[in-house]
Design a protein around this ligand. Sequence first.
Ligand code: DC
Length: 225
Amino acid sequence: MVDMKKGLIITIDGPSGAGKSTVAKILAVRLGYRYIDTGAMYRGVAYAAMRYKMLMPEEPDFDVFLKNLRIDFDFKDKTKVFLDGEDISEEIRMPEVSMIASRLSQNKKVRDFLTRKQREIGKEGRVILEGRDTGSVVFPHADIKFYLDAKNHERAKRRFLDPSEKGIPSDIDKVREEMEIRDREDSKRDIAPLTIPQGAIYIDTTGLDIDGVVEKIMGYIRQKI
Ligand code: DC
């Protein structure tokens, strides 16, 4: 039985454009939980690496960069990211940051650095973690795990229409092409690849509206609390 004071650890994984962030945000408000956007954390490190020209994680300099990195997160409503105290929550949504995040997230040092932070933040419960490996690696013993997916054309359309995406190409085919490259990189990497976590509830959100997905997930969560 779940300790209600502690609350649940809920994970939502899946590829970009599957509706994870939107759904996780609504669920967090409904449940009074914290919403941890782990993608924003990878993007924060990517933006810092871009700013400080530390794009070679194999180089020894990168270890020093990671050790001295002053990156902070605030999970009040959306995940805000601060670099050296400066709010970079908007900048991390740029397409070049997406590509660097996907590349750097293949590196073990970067993953260990952020996985440690995510476990620290989530261990007290009452959290919804959203990302690519939150149910497989970060919290394999989470109370309830979801995997959201959708057909490629629908995911590209959602990303294309998402107002939080900055400087997104004006051509939907280009969005789909970039998305598919990133999906391939995220799924094929050696460490913590995007995968359906063991015991996760798989939901295909193609053709479903947000409320439909939220209700479906809330149905499963109610059985736990
Ligand atoms: O969800 P997003 O598009 O904001 O994520 C940006 C990148 O970060 C994504 O390409 C892969 C990486 N990522 C990851 O490797 N593991 C996570 N848990 C979350 C994101």
